[in-house]
Design a protein. Structure first.
Length: 500
């Protein structure tokens, strides 16, 4: 028996009314179609009935017939951005539905848990910085459309969602994902095309809920144990959000995905990279199987923000662990290497020790935007322009010092133009005893011959063998960036198992 639970109080009514033809919520007035792409238009009609679809942007006519269950789908082709257009759908010569105000532009899907779902107006006592200004001016974003999926839990695979396309009024913007809204608004402004943002997320959920059982088993063969004791309708049950909130979107062509999740998997740092890679493969394969260019969809994800997970509520098995989040950062770094067409927005400088939902979402959205402009649109005016912060490349030890090299399009900062070394914060050194001490660090600099290296020393560690940077749940003040101020990514050179 099909069983579903709506886990919110808001339900959107269908925008379509027809005796025979029924369309999913995605195919409705105000929709945005991916430009220069194969796009699906689908729905239901009487079994066996012929269906004709006419697209006004090119006058093309597509014909098909509803199958024995009444389902039909046609693959249309879009051109350059533009609109508004219309789509006319006829069921034989009797019934007709017209979808109006259709725009052709860019489509992105954002998903994950509560840091992705955090609305522009914030959570109770947890604000989004600058939110008031953003949703007051929201109606000025004429090139932005929003589609917010209402979190719903279903045991069975679903074909539709609770949602609807809307323009960014003040109220719509305030209730939409802050990251999704700010990213979409920035993208629309930079590309000067209409952008459609689809939000499908649910707070407090682990990655396994967003994947099929088949996608998880190669990584966690005994995954069934994780569902022991869970109700059939549980937001963290394996595959339930995949079936309810992602699978129904699979026919809709999009440029890519934005993902912010991982807090609910913080104890699974050994397998999280493989889980995330398997999730991406599942999603891309499913979009491909449904007639879109799924393998070309980008996947951009957020680094987990610093947070004091040593408070009693957030501890794993009640144990204290000062590097729980850094271990997840390592997993996210590994994921970056094994997922094609992916990149990560760094936010080690945007966290808050007391708020697991950091308020600086606008800066994080800007960093997502940089990733998209670099990889998805290749519009950077300067080839060496930075799109993310420096990443650890290697280290050499020479006597009492460690020389750390970073991979970065531009030089490291801060650098004093008078050739006076500026202290770099956040480094630690350890000797053979494996005890880490706060270290002194400066960027290697010879007059104006700037490098991408940092010299690290510590009087308490005369013979260092390992170096760490920002490797703590709450690293504190940091100042190592690239030229435009994007932060360096945390790292360690050792692989010591010092988890408490």
């Amino acid at each position: 028996m099909k069983k579903c639970i709506l886990i919110t109080f808001l339900v959107l009514s269908s925008v379509l009314a027809s005796a025979e033809i029924k369309l999913p919520k995605l195919v409705s007035d105000g929709m945005v179609l991916q430009r220069n792409a194969k796009v699906n238009i689908w729905g239901q009609a009487a079994a066996g009935k012929p269906v004709t679809v006419v697209t006004s942007w090119d006058g093309a006519k597509y014909r098909t017939s509803a199958d024995s269950d009444g389902n039909w789908c046609v693959s249309a082709v879009t051109g350059e951005a533009g609109g508004p257009y219309s789509i006319t759908i006829k069921d034989g010569d009797r019934d007709k539905v017209t979808v109006s105000d259709v725009m052709v532009g860019e489509v992105w899907i954002c998903s994950g848990q509560s840091n992705m779902g955090m609305p522009l107006m914030g959570y109770p006592a947890q604000p989004v910085e600058g939110a008031l200004e953003e949703y007051v001016k929201a109606p000025s974003h004429h090139n932005l459309r929003l589609f917010k999926v209402i979190p719903t839990l279903c045991e069975d695979y679903q074909e539709d969602v609770n949602a609807g396309w809307s323009r960014p009024t003040m109220a719509e913007a305030a209730n939409f994902s802050a990251l999704g809204f700010l990213f979409g608004a920035g993208l629309a402004d930079n590309l000067d095309v209409t952008v459609g943002m689809i939000e499908s997320d649910a707070g407090g959920t682990r990655i396994e809920a967003w994947m099929s059982e088949e996608a998880i088993l190669p990584v966690i063969p005994d995954n069934a144990k994780s569902d022991e004791g869970r109700a059939a309708i549980d937001p963290n049950r394996t595959a339930i959000l995949w079936k309810s909130m992602i699978y129904p979107l699979r026919k809709y062509a999009a440029k890519g995905f934005l993902w912010y999740q991982g807090e609910s998997n913080k104890g699974q740092y050994k397998v999280y990279a493989q889980l995330q890679a398997s999730l991406v493969k599942l999603w891309r394969d499913t979009w491909t199987e449904n007639g879109t260019d799924g393998q070309s969809m980008f996947f951009f994800f957020s680094q987990l923000a610093p947070f004091d997970h040593n408070n009693p509520y957030d501890r794993i098995n009640g144990k204290k662990n000062d590097i729980l989040i850094p271990l997840m950062w390592e997993a996210q770094r590994r994921a970056l290497d094994i997922i094609p067409l992916s990149d990560m927005a760094f936010c080690v400088d945007l966290g808050h020790s007391s708020f697991i939902h950091p308020p600086r979402k606008k800066e994080l959205a800007e960093r997502f935007l940089l990733l998209a402009m670099k990889h998805a649109y290749d519009v950077f005016a300067i080839p060496s322009m930075d799109w993310r912060g420096p990443i650890f490349k290697g280290v050499s030890f020479d006597g009492c010092e460690a020389i750390v090299e970073f991979d970065s399009p531009s030089v490291l900062c801060p650098i004093d133009p008078l050739n006076t070394p500026v202290p770099i914060l956040g480094f630690e050194l350890a000797g053979a005893d494996r005890v880490f001490h706060r270290a002194d660090a400066v960027i290697v600099q010879r007059d104006y011959n700037f490098s991408k290296k940092v010299r690290v020393t510590c009087a308490d560690v005369p013979e260092p063998v390992a170096v760490r940077y920002a490797f703590d749940n709450v690293p504190g003040e940091l100042n190592l960036t690239n030229t435009i101020g994007l932060p360096a990514y945390p790292f360690r050179s050792d692989d010591w198992d010092d988890v408490q």
